[in-house]
Design a protein around this ligand. Structure first.
Ligand code: UPG
Ligand code: MN
Length: 732
């Protein structure tokens, strides 16, 4: 049977494309008119004050204009795909399926509970895929015996879990998620649950004690393994540990079926060499897996995600094995989707735009960016562009090399240890031309970008049933710290020789280049948002009009630009199944991120590039505090810890309130020109509505998540100082 009768996938273009393009054109004319208006006013400004005010507006609106073009890039050709895994199974025999290596990264047993990591691993080990072709590699940058212990336990449990899932055709193959559902109809479920809970109790107990006690170690082999954690072994300084926990060629489950390979890897660490965070960890896994199995398909997944659909590999293979897509297909990216987000997503962590809407937009051109997890790669992409194969320094690591030795043989184990050493990459192309790329804290973005510049294409696969589910941060500090790390990483790309705006546009054309620029320039949102959060308000407090009057024709332009951008953003959001409250919170968080993460991230980037400070990969905590979880469920924002990043936010909240009130006072007294100040009043009012959670957190809350008094006082003081400064300079 040919694949023509049984298609592997289809796609359709969005019906909104012509409208989007037309609207972009109209909107652009409006932007040009606005920039003309500002330039004209600038040239005709009569006082120094009005000159600086107009200049600020010109700068912020030029930035908004640029960011707008970059956003329009996603709207030029969105594409929706559908694949038919059942057809793949019909045209392909089981024996023809390619082998699959899965990489799971973890970095800290206290921020990333090993039980979660184990659940991630079990969910992919239970893929509905020939087990002898499946290998799961776990990279532990925390170098923790506790994590290894959890995996020793998981290997034992998997012998029961895998056949249980297979025989009962279980849909939820992540144990934790499965036991949360009603499972009374499965005959053996109770037994399995007892086993699972036993394992969980042992693992959690070991974590609580902080070490693996002898009573938990069974047999000579295990005690040998754990003896590697000798004195002097620290997270930053330790030898390589590679432990084959399950060997497919030897191990069977309780029904006699082969088990997948399960391999624990903690690469060598020393204080004197660079480790390059997750990018370095992934490169070690690429090499270690090359030595052991060298599967042509590689799946990367973070330890805070799990597989939610056992058919996912077939979906990815519908594309990766399709000869019609040619040999240029580099990777198939699934969206990050999250479980446990509260009803209205108060921290906008769903990031629908980033993970779905924009990905569909890029899919219509050359393919989505890589988002670090839930991505199936053709192993070949890590070794140069489609038409330029770069050979690694040793032939065993080359993408098409066939491993013909047992994974536990001395040669293979020796090679695996060699390539996991911390000095191995010295004087090689790893991280620069080969493998996952170094030089940015957003290694995912940077790597996908470089691969696409090299000529690789990508595909966005977004099935109705989520392929993967992950955890999103559930308190504000974690959210803004995460975005701050991204900010630093993105700026590292913006100001490198690979800047999307120059290099990217040249390599991939304007639409892809602008799409990537949209991300790399995210942080500059902080400039217009900061200006609009403070300048109109300070002017309002001083009775100075800075925008056109309601009766002027330029006023209509402002209304059109504001409503146009907001409405289009809203439509994009609801078409993808978003709700109004979620969209509202999304736009609010965008301002919050701009005044905190983007602002402070840019400063830290600056300090980092001046060599004044170093900023590492600060892993997001995945541990849930009960009180916090409760407040999160209720949709209350969590400010709790005193962070300087809350100061600009609080200042903006106070200032907008003051300006809005003072504006009203002026109006009642008749001293204000209401027509002229209308837009400023509107902006302050809009600011206030967005700041409601901040006022609540200052005034009406007594829980631990309220804004610390110190933060409020510092912000109040600085806001007053700003007012005095404005009074002195604006009234001259
Ligand atoms: O030195 C490190 C630091 C992190 N990680 C792993 O990297 C992953 C992502 O870390 P996390 O703290 O969850 O960061 P997020 O901001 O949630 O992750 C997003 O952003 C990262 C880039 O900043 C990408 O790597 C991720 O895939 C993407 O989901 C986790 O599995 C970590 O264990 C390591 O393996 N080694
Ligand atoms: Mn994460």
């Amino acid at each position: 049977m040919s694949t023509d009768d049984l298609p592997l996938h289809t796609h359709k273009h969005s019906l909104r494309i012509p409208f989007n393009r037309l609207f972009a054109l109209i909107y652009w004319c409006a932007i040009l008119a606005l920039l003309y208006h500002h330039t004209h006013s600038l040239l005709h400004s009569t006082t120094l004050t009005s000159f600086f005010i107009t200049l600020s507006l010109l700068i912020s609106d030029s930035i908004l204009a640029f960011l707008n073009i970059a956003t329009q890039a996603f709207r030029m050709n969105p594409l929706y795909r559908k694949e038919f895994p059942e057809n793949l199974k019909r045209v392909l025999r089981k024996s023809d399926l390619p082998a699959l290596d899965v990489f799971i990264c973890t970095a800290d047993p206290y921020k990333e509970p090993p039980m979660n990591v184990v659940n991630t691993a079990l969910s992919v080990m239970a893929y509905d895929y020939p087990t002898e072709k499946l290998s799961v590699y776990v990279s532990d940058d925390g170098g923790s015996a506790l994590t290894l212990f959890a995996f020793v336990e998981a290997a034992k449990f998997a012998r029961h879990w895998l056949p249980f899932c297979r025989e009962n055709n279980i849909v939820e193959r992540c144990p934790e998620a499965f036991f949360e559902t009603d499972h009374s109809r499965f005959f053996e479920a109770e037994n399995i649950e007892v086993m699972y809970q036993g394992m969980k109790a042992r693992v959690e107990n070991v974590i609580e004690r902080g070490k693996v006690d002898v009573e938990y170690i069974t047999g000579e082999r295990e005690s040998q393994v754990f003896s590697k954690w000798s004195d002097g072994f620290t997270r930053q300084n330790h030898p390589t540990i590679i432990q084959v926990l399950l060997d497919s060629s030897k191990e069977r489950d309780i029904t006699g079926n082969a088990m997948p390979n399960l391999i624990y890897v903690s690469r060598e660490k020393s204080r004197t060499s660079e480790h390059n965070f997750k990018a370095g960890a992934l490169n070690v896994l690429i090499r270690v897996s090359a030595a052991m199995t060298n599967a042509p398909i590689v799946l990367t997944i973070d330890c805070d995600m799990y597989s939610n659909d056992a058919q996912t590999p077939y979906r990815a293979l519908c594309y990766l094995l399709d000869p019609k897509l040619g040999s240029k297909l580099g990777y198939v990216q699934f969206p990050q989707r999250f479980r446990g987000i509260n009803k209205n997503d108060i921290y906008a962590c769903e990031l629908k735009r980033l993970f779905v809407i924009n990905a569909e937009g890029m899919d219509g051109v050359l393919g989505p960016n890589y988002v670090g997890t839930g991505c199936f790669f053709n192993r070949r992409v890590f070794f140069g562009g489609p038409s330029q194969l770069l050979s690694p320094e040793i032939p065993e690591l080359a993408p098409y090399n066939v491993v013909d030795k047992l994974i536990q043989s001395t040669e293979v184990m020796e090679l695996a240890h060699t390539v996991a050493a911390c000095n191995y990459e010295k004087n090689t192309d790893w991280g620069w031309k080969i493998g996952v790329r170094y030089g940015s804290l957003v290694e995912d973005y940077f790597t996908g970008y470089q691969l696409q510049c090299e000529g690789w294409k990508a595909i966005f696969c977004n099935p109705a049933r989520a392929a993967f589910y992950g955890d999103a941060p559930i308190n504000l500090v974690d959210v803004i710290n995460q975005t701050k790390r991204w900010t630093i990483g993105l700026l590292e790309v913006t100001f490198s020789k690979y800047s999307p705006i120059t290099f990217g546009i040249r390599a991939m054309g304007p639409i892809m280049g602008l799409s990537y620029a949209h991300y790399s320039f995210w942080p500059i949102w902080s400039i217009p948002i900061t200006i609009y959060a403070f300048l109109p308000q300070l002017a309002l407090l001083n009775g100075i009009t800075i925008f056109p009057k309601v009766s002027e024709k330029w006023f209509i332009l402002y209304v059109f630009l504001f409503l146009g951008a907001y409405t289009q953003d809203f439509l994009d959001f609801v078409v993808e199944g978003g709700t109004f409250p979620r969209w509202w919170n999304d736009q609010r968080m965008w301002m919050v991120r701009s005044l905190s993460s983007f602002l402070f991230g840019s400063i830290e980037y600056l300090l980092k590039s001046l060599g004044i400070s170093t900023h590492g990969f600060n892993v997001t905590s995945k541990v849930l505090d009960e009180d916090q979880s409760k407040r999160y469920e209720q949709g209350t924002m969590e400010f709790g810890v005193p962070s300087p990043m809350f100061v600009p936010l609080t200042m903006a909240a106070l200032l907008n309130l003051a300006a809005f009130s003072w504006g009203h006072v002026g109006a009642f007294r008749g001293s204000n020109d209401l027509e002229g100040l209308f837009l400023q009043m509107f902006i302050a009012g809009f600011g206030i509505v967005n700041c409601i959670p901040i006022y609540e957190a200052i005034v009406s809350r007594s829980d631990k998540g309220r804004i610390p008094t110190k933060t409020t006082l510092v912000s109040l003081f600085l806001a007053l100082a700003l007012c005095v400064g404005a009074y002195v300079s604006l009234r001259n």
